[in-house]
Design a protein. Structure first.
Length: 343
């Protein structure tokens, strides 16, 4: 391995932790990488699933979501509310049940949305490619209980394994779907269901916040050790953290690099994880762990992310590889050069 490649392999990024303090949502590493808001929230935002618990004695149960209604058996109501929150429609279970006089009208155009029914593959494709205009699919599992059970499919773990948000379980769990057949673990027992049409909602004026605009393909971004000033395509810019070297490791300001790459950054303070997303690629790294996941697939890092001097430090080499950029190190000039990928 050349000196340049060796140094590139141990480069790391820094992110000011204060920018991430107070984050309430848990980043889901599976495409399309939604957030799940477990704490009580009075409003919704596009791209975030506001979790609704139907279990009254749960720590995640919030009576204000349900108003005067008892949530027992209201998995459909909770699922609709969770799904709608992803497209920015703020209808709690109380609002849904108030409208129906205690019944859930899934055909109603909540918040101006349009009710849809489709096969699972089409519904999930709508969700993934809809850029925030389609809700995640709501599926019915007939064998789950005597009356069946509704869950919301919010991410894809692998080729045929999906992550679901379940109002009764207060957690995400995996559902295996092959065509119209769904199988899952139910308290240690294996169950299989035949899926009918999925429920979904579409809101034509809903959209995810765009990622930071990436620089032009082939643009070189040059960072100099000890200087907050860096060059992007010859244009001088300023970050609030100067690159530095400690014990042979070079650290760069994460927010600057992600802005140049056009990648979004999400921090989960509770689990100490940072999620970087761009297009269909999601990287998840955890403080103190040398394991990084790329779209759910684990890969090992040379060094673990760490928090030092109020900064979260992340390895850059696997990040740039995953997003298609290249790195070069000039020892005499003490500069790190990133070349942005060809899109």
């Amino acid at each position: 391995m050349t000196a340049k490649r060796l140094i590139g392999a141990i480069l790391a990024l820094c992110l000011v932790s204060a920018l991430c303090a107070g984050a309430l949502a848990d980043s889901v590493q599976y495409p399309p990488n939604p957030q799940v808001e477990y704490q009580y929230a009075t409003a919704v935002s596009v791209g975030t699933v506001r979790y609704i618990s139907q279990t009254a004695d749960s720590a995640l149960y919030y009576a204000d979501y349900w108003g005067n209604w008892t949530p027992k058996g209201e998995c459909l109501t909770a699922s609709i509310s969770m799904a709608l929150s992803y497209i920015g429609v703020d209808d709690t279970p109380a609002a849904i049940l108030d409208y129906g006089g205690g019944s859930t009208n899934n055909y109603h155009g909540w918040g101006g949305s349009k009710y849809l029914e489709a096969g699972f593959a089409d519904a999930f494709a709508n969700y993934v490619n809809g850029a925030g205009s389609y809700t995640p699919p709501i599926v019915h599992l007939g064998s789950y209980s005597s009356g069946g059970h509704y869950v919301v499919v919010i991410g894809k773990v692998s080729d045929n394994v999906y992550a679901v948000a379940d109002a009764a379980m207060d957690k995400l769990w995996n559902l295996t779907i092959n065509g119209s057949t769904a199988s899952y673990d139910y308290y240690g027992a294996s169950k299989t269901d035949t899926l009918g049409s999925c429920m979904q909602y579409y809101l034509d004026n809903s959209a995810l916040a765009p990622a930071p605009p990436a620089g032009e393909p082939g643009t070189q971004v040059i960072f100099t050790i000890g200087s907050k000033t860096y060059l992007s395509g010859g244009e001088e810019k300023t970050g609030d953290v100067a690159p530095y070297i400690v014990s042979g490791y070079t650290y760069l300001p994460l927010y600057c690099v992600c802005a140049e790459l056009g990648a979004q950054v999400t921090w989960n303070g509770e689990t100490k994880t940072v999620t970087l997303t761009k297009g269909g690629t999601a990287l998840v790294l955890t403080i103190g762990s040398k394991t990084m996941t790329v779209n759910g697939t684990a890969t090992q890092l040379a060094t673990a992310p760490e928090v030092k001097d109020s900064r979260t430090c992340l390895p850059i080499s696997p990040i740039t590889r995953a997003f298609g950029a290249s790195i070069a190190w000039d020892a005499s000039a003490r500069t790190v050069t990133l070349t942005l990928p060809q899109e």
